[in-house]
Design a protein around this ligand. Sequence first.
Ligand code: AMP
Length: 189
Amino acid sequence: MPNSLKAKENPKKQHQPSQLNTMQGGIYIGLGSNLDEPVQQVLTAIKHLQSATEIHVVAVSNLYKTPPMGPQDQPDYINAVVELKTALPPYQLLRFLQQLENQQARSRDTERWSARTLDLDLLLYADTILNTNELTIPHIGIKHRAFVLYPLYDIVHNKSLPVIGQIGDIIKQLNEPQPEIINPNKLDV
Ligand code: AMP
């Protein structure tokens, strides 16, 4: 499997070591898009995360082209995973992610699992476990979705993650092939 890409910090935003020390690490966000130039949608969302003062992007996975879950009469998705440190607690981070989705013209009046310009999922927040109507952490789909597991593996390799364990082992149990990796310069998706 490929190595993860090292995150490029926004040169206009430099976190001081003292700020980084106060941020919570071990946070993973899943990104997905299958409308209106999905590669650009995902790359734009990553740039917005990198520009946010409350967020430090630690690592970015490869981009993957994956078949849709649920209704099949929709285009393939582009998926990625990003590792963060942040000063935002879980619910504030969720709201921040929802604002980013809205900024990128995400419609919420559609059927579950239907096409979308941007979907941002809070996959893991260190060792936090939450189960409320608004927020479930770890995200309910992590262990069952190749489009989450393969990009997550790019970043964490064989490190054991709190609450869910080793991604390599979960990928073996899932027994689904690795989705196609997309070169961001190849825009025909
Ligand atoms: P989606 O259709 O995937 O964008 O689902 C969004 C809904 O899932 C929102 O109402 C969120 O409050 C809820 N949700 C629950 N847990 C999570 C999570 N870990 N990450 C993102 N959304 C979540």
